[in-house]
Write a protein that binds this ligand. Structure first.
Ligand SMILES: [Zn+2]
Length: 452
């Protein structure tokens, strides 16, 4: 391994990681150019920032699990925010119990170092740690979402929200904007409280609010709506104040990273892939009102879960499976992949699917049983859905922003972050290297410090 660390020796002994969910690197550049984020601009002048790619499927549960473990989904086992038991077709929400790889919090706790982790997706239910853990996205409520348990009532008394009720934005945008500013401030308040009070060697604070803002306002901002752009910039000005405050409180031996898990773009249309499978004669239902996987008919050869995950109805693996492993399985995968690449948006003729990856191309690991058999990566602006009740292939969405695989953000408070093909999996190994800590074997991420 090259000795970049010695060349860049910064003497870091502890780390602060601020997670800004879904904040694109290109957005940071724009907001800096427009003078919205002077504190972040000042940090970059002394440190380094770059873009990185996410993982597929590009959702927060999967991407944060990759950031926290340095592993691809084939090793950490989180493939989305919903999954299924093949033998029964029961659906479940993957949780910290599903996570098969050690996280940064587990690693530091195991070394006897103190940790604080707030809001990171797929940390529910909280595992015991050497410090404090506050679960994030998909924890149903604060009760039972913290370690130690007593932290939940402290947070409740501060008005802390695990996540806002983003769907209300569809009905009432003013209320949504009020609530998102409120949630951001409570989260910052909680972060600073524990920052000052707890002893920590690794301090992680994840903000989901940026992602929520993007889902509901991105399209408006991109088409130049003045009112919503003003709200959007005001929100990021507040984020910048929080960053300024946090960076002013760093100790001289603190590595400070700001990380996002994916990029964002304007959402063009939702794509209902189970309807497409139905049209292609690969899927049918045994129920007139299909809502669940259990409603699939035994004739089904393939089905989809969002976003873009496809499962072949393999005999012996799936409930009422009918496709033989081997040649028939491969034929179904080839048919699905070829058909997906043919889908065009009738409004303009754009290709809807950018590429299709087979399980073994997308994931690496000893146990890929839970992985989808193939995965579709959407073209920019298409949101791949997995519901069962739609009777249309493409339709407008109630939200106007969606995720991109590229353009995630990574900032470090020292010069030297440089890599042309960094991924979110590189964050943890690089962090360990900068802290002069040995990385356990088996991570997929690389050390991308001064590697251009
Ligand atoms: Zn999102």
């Amino acid at each position: 391994m090259p000795n970049f660390f010695r060349q860049n020796k910064a003497g870091f002994r502890r780390a602060v990681v601020l997670g800004l969910d879904g904040m694109p690197h290109s957005l940071l550049q724009r907001l800096i150019a427009e003078g919205v984020m002077p504190n972040f601009q000042g940090l970059i002048a002394k440190g380094s920032a770059m873009s990185m790619t996410s993982v597929v499927p590009t959702v927060s549960s999967t991407a944060w699990a990759s950031i926290a473990t340095g592993c691809n989904p084939g090793k950490h086992g989180i493939f989305g925010f919903i999954d299924r038991v093949p033998q029964t077709h029961e659906m479940f929400i993957p949780s910290s119990r599903t996570l098969k790889a050690e996280t940064w919090v587990d690693l530091f706790s195991g070394m006897g170092r103190r940790v604080f982790s707030m809001g990171v997706p797929t940390t529910f239910p909280p595992r015991p740690v050497n410090g404090v853990l506050i679960s994030g996205f998909l924890a149903p409520n604060l009760n039972g979402a913290t370690y130690p348990a007593s932290v939940a009532s402290e947070l409740a008394s501060m008005g802390y929200l695990i996540d806002i009720d983003a769907w209300q934005a569809r009905e009432n945008r003013e209320k949504f904007l009020d609530e998102i500013f409120y949630a951001l401030d409570r989260r910052a308040e909680a972060m600073f409280k524990y920052y000052a009070r707890e002893a920590w060697d690794l301090f992680i604070a994840h903000f989901m609010d940026t992602d929520r803002l993007h889902h509901f306002l991105w399209g408006d901002v991109e088409r130049g709506d003045e009112q919503y752009t003003a709200w959007f910039n005001k929100f990021y000005a507040r984020v910048d104040e929080i960053i300024g405050e946090l960076s002013s409180r760093l100790y001289s031996d603190t590595l400070f990273m700001i990380v996002s898990d994916h990029g964002f773009c304007t959402l063009q249309r939702e794509v209902h892939l189970n309807f497409w499978l139905q049209q292609a004669g690969l899927l049918s239902f045994a129920s007139p009102e299909p809502k669940q996987l259990r409603h699939l008919s035994p004739q089904t050869r393939c089905y989809s879960l969002l976003p873009g995950r496809f499962y072949v109805n393999v005999k012996g693996r799936e409930r009422e499976g009918r496709v033989q492993a081997g040649a028939e399985y491969e034929q179904v995968r080839r048919d699905v992949a070829a058909g997906l690449m043919e889908i065009r948006d009738p409004d303009g003729g754009a290709q809807v699917i950018a590429r299709v990856l087979m399980r073994e191309e997308a994931f690496r690991g000893d146990d890929l049983d839970a992985a989808p058999d193939l995965i579709a990566v959407p073209a920019r602006g298409y949101d791949l859905k997995g519901g069962f009740d739609k009777r249309v292939l493409l339709e407008p969405s109630p939200v106007n922003g969606t995720h991109t695989f590229d353009d995630a953000l990574w900032f470090v408070n020292a010069p030297g972050l440089a890599c042309e093909d960094a991924t979110v999996m590189d964050v943890l190994p690089t962090m360990m290297n900068l802290l002069e800590l040995a990385c356990p074997d088996g991570m997929d991420g690389r050390i991308v410090w001064g590697t251009l």
